[in-house]
Design a protein around this ligand. Structure first.
Ligand code: PGA
Length: 247
């Protein structure tokens, strides 16, 4: 049985002070027995949030990292820096980073390899645009993203990776994929993982759905056979996140 994993992606929201207010509100309320729970917060919030979550089972995640160990990369943050402050997860290849910050399948793969090498758990995002969905190339496109992300990743390593299927047209739009649409692609992703590795890796790997998840649709989405939780943007910034985690 795969344990569900529900992660909040705060994006560029919440100052450290505001972050602590939200953490205070949520930390005793979310159920971490049924699901792994992760708060993926802005870099400057990581230290105070990690401190505030000590003694709970809620993990801290970053929203990006660089694939080099260290060096002259102004403005970037390394895996070692994240590990040193207690970060456990890192989102890699979010569509907003692909869209606005030149993240490519190649850099996503480099970051996945570095995160694994260092011992961070990558949450790797894939997903199609509305245009691709309308052209009926969703599964083909997502398969390419998955295969590129796992290049040179061993089967043992792959089992620990978390994938997030996030159709771009559903992110921040209030339009959620139907549970059937989300399940169809998550099942195709699992099949792709089975093709790259084998069925046992595919059975073990966790695949989240992301895109306008909220307290009212979480239960149905997370109830689908191949959906192992969610990556939640807007609704993770509010008390509503509790109802998603405790769906
Ligand atoms: P949303 O964002 O829940 O606000 O649609 C999801 C995401 O981008 O991870």
């Amino acid at each position: 049985m795969r344990k569900k994993i529900i992660a909040g992606n705060w994006k560029m929201n919440k100052t450290p002070k505001e972050a602590l207010e939200l953490v205070d509100l949520l930390k005793s309320k979310v159920d971490t027995d049924k699901s792994d729970v992760v708060f993926c917060v802005p870099f400057v919030d990581l230290i105070p949030v990690a401190e505030a979550l000590k003694g709970t089972n809620i993990a801290v995640g970053a929203q990006n990292m660089h694939f080099q160990n260290s060096g002259a990369y102004t403005g970037e943050v390394s895996a070692d820096m994240l590990l040193d402050i207690g970060v456990k997860y890192v989102i890699i290849g979010h569509s907003e980073r692909r869209q606005y910050f030149n993240e490519t399948d190649e850099t996503v793969n480099k970051k996945v390899l570095k995160a694994i090498e260092k011992g961070l758990i990558p949450i790797v995002c894939v997903g199609e645009s509305l245009e691709q969905r309308e052209k009926n190339v969703t599964v083909d496109f997502v398969r390419i993203q998955v295969k590129s992300a796992f290049k040179d990743v061993t089967s043992e390593q792959a089992k620990g990776v978390v994938l997030a299927y996030e159709p771009i047209w559903a992110i921040g739009t209030g339009i959620t994929a139907t549970s059937e649409q989300a399940e169809e692609v998550c099942a195709a992703i699992r099949k792709t993982v089975a093709e790259i590795y084998d069925q046992s890796v595919a059975d073990e790997i966790r695949i989240q759905y992301g895109g306008s998840v909220n307290g009212s649709n979480a239960g149905e989405l997370f109830g689908m056979a191949d959906i192992d939780g969610g990556l939640v943007g807007g609704a993770s910034l509010k008390e509503d996140f509790e109802s998603i985690v405790n769906y």
